[in-house]
Design a protein around this ligand. Structure first.
Ligand SMILES: CSCCC(=O)/C(O)=C/O
Ligand SMILES: [Fe+2]
Ligand code: NI
Length: 180
């Protein structure tokens, strides 16, 4: 179940707000400029879909975002617990970073934890299948796929280069809860 848990960025041991209600999550995130919507990820992708299969199945959703926002490129990130790169990739995304563009992700399988560092708060969003999230450009954030990752997400970019991150060097992520 999608969830939002909010902490102060100075106190990692006690959340100040928590909800699993999609509408409450949406309102709270929208107030911070973060887009959060529940879309329909209803296509059968099989057990371990390749990128082409995922793109083909969700071209209609990509087209909708492109028409709305003029995005220029997209790719698919898919992780499973047996991926030999899982620990390296988990560590990479666990380092606080920013992007020069909105981070737009549509979860079509599984789940992952986005953590945004905004206005003195840490917003932890447990995104799951059906969730569309767009984190504003320049927002410091990290992402935890967990020790047994299982998710597939479509990433949509407003440039041709794809994923480019700027690591902040801040170790704040180490203090906050992770995905089990
Ligand atoms: C669900 S996409 C996660 C990886 C990624 O692209 C990113 O930028 C995390 O912050
Ligand atoms: Fe990111
Ligand atoms: Ni699956």
């Amino acid at each position: 179940m999608s969830a939002l848990t909010i902490f102060s960025d100075r106190e990692a041991s006690q959340p100040v707000w928590h909800s699993t209600e999609a509408e409450a999550i949406r309102e709270r995130l929208n107030a911070k400029g973060v887009r959060f919507e529940r879309w329909e990820a209803d296509r059968d992708l099989g057990e371990n879909p390749d990128a082409e299969t995922v793109i083909k199945a969700y071209q209609h959703a990509i087209d909708r975002l492109v028409a709305e926002k003029g995005y220029q490129s997209w790719d698919v990130i898919s992780m499973r617990a047996d991926n030999p790169q899982k620990t390296v990739l988990r560590e990479k995304f666990l380092s606080e970073h920013t992007h020069g563009e909105d981070e737009v992700r549509f979860f079509v399988e599984g789940a992952g934890l986005f953590c945004l560092h905004l206005d003195g708060e840490i917003l932890q969003i447990l995104c799951e299948k059906n969730d569309l999230i767009s984190v504003p450009a320049g927002t410091p954030h990290w992402f935890d796929m967990g020790s047994s990752p299982h998710f597939t997400a479509i990433r949509i970019f407003d440039n041709q280069e794809g994923w480019v991150a700027h690591f902040t060097g801040d170790k704040i992520a180490d203090a906050y809860p992770r995905l089990a």
